[in-house]
Design a protein around this ligand. Structure first.
Ligand SMILES: [Zn+2]
Length: 298
């Protein structure tokens, strides 16, 4: 089996397909509300591997580890802070068992779950330490790149990106969650797309973009995508929208975007200059296979 070229080299030649949601897939496999997704890396590894397998079979070039809440700070809420390194290393192994050398494994880093000083109580040093330790464990496990995602605060994103670099990451991808505001798309912390992208690039990100954003439709994402491409100044852009806005249906949250509509949107984002398309909350292997075939011609 040929070894993968570097991600950036491949990206220069063709757009790439990222995978879809992990959390909503694990819920379908029995993860209960409030239960730690990351605990399943240790307790239900076969189910985590199954989600990776479904996305790989769907045509994903990039598999994301199940470590969104994998900093010791975020894991502390589940009494798992001490297991952080084990969880992150094991999570990479699960994705790698599926990816082999035929797909890249992105070591996933989400927000640490609190707010930085002076608004919140976490010092930048404490957050940076937690991000650095998580990135080190992900890279030690064999991640090809680090994905810093669903960020709202550019200062937190910058800490995570710099920490990943310090831990030895050769490639860092950074994405923010944007919302609607009276002054356009902004993160929850009030940052617009150009400022968010600038902060990520200055901190050392190679690839920048957006994911999630519960209020954003697939059409909103097209507008956002064009802004990100303009702001990225030649850096590759990744977009990973949700399967539309979540709606409540009794006790559960449902997403209504069909795989066909998702694939058509992905093709539109690529035409607007995005180089990686994938999915966030509510997207399924059916959305990813439709996108891989319909938008990327795989
Ligand atoms: Zn999401």
């Amino acid at each position: 089996m040929p070894r993968l070229k570097t991600l950036l080299e491949s990206l220069a030649a063709r757009p790439l397909q990222c995978d879809g949601a992990t959390g909503t897939q694990l819920q379908q496999l029995g993860l209960r509300p409030g239960e730690s997704c990351e605990r399943w890396v240790l307790d239900q590894p076969e189910k985590v591997r199954l989600v990776h397998r479904r996305y790989f079979d769907a045509g994903a070039d990039l598999l994301t580890t199940n470590t969104f809440g994998g900093t010791a700070l975020a894991l502390a809420a589940h009494g798992l802070a001490e297991r952080a390194a084990d969880i992150n290393r094991a999570a990479v192994r699960l994705a790698r068992e599926v990816a082999g050398e035929r797909a890249w494994v992105l070591g996933d880093i989400g927000p640490f779950g609190g707010i930085l000083e002076p608004v919140g109580e976490t010092t930048p040093d404490a957050a940076a330490d937690a991000f650095r330790a998580q990135a080190a464990a992900l890279l030690d496990g064999g991640a090809d790149a680090i994905l810093v995602e669903t960020m709202s605060d550019p200062a937190e994103a910058a800490l995570a990106i710099a920490a990943a670099r310090e831990a030895g990451a050769r490639l860092v991808i950074a994405t923010y969650a944007f919302q609607h505001t009276p002054s356009g798309f902004r993160t929850m912390m009030g940052t617009d797309a150009p400022a968010a992208v600038r902060a990520a690039l200055e901190a050392g990100a190679d690839i920048v973009g957006a994911n999630c954003g519960t209020q954003l439709s697939l059409d909103d994402y097209a507008t956002l995508c064009a802004r990100l491409v303009a702001a990225a100044n030649g850096a590759p852009v990744i977009v990973q929208p949700n399967a539309g806005s979540p709606e409540r249906d009794g006790d559960s949250i449902v997403y209504h975007t069909t795989p066909e509509a998702f694939a058509a949107a992905a093709a539109h984002y690529l035409a607007l200059g995005a180089r990686i398309v994938g999915g966030c909350c509510g997207t399924t292997p059916a959305h990813i296979v439709a996108s891989a075939r319909g938008a990327l011609g795989k």
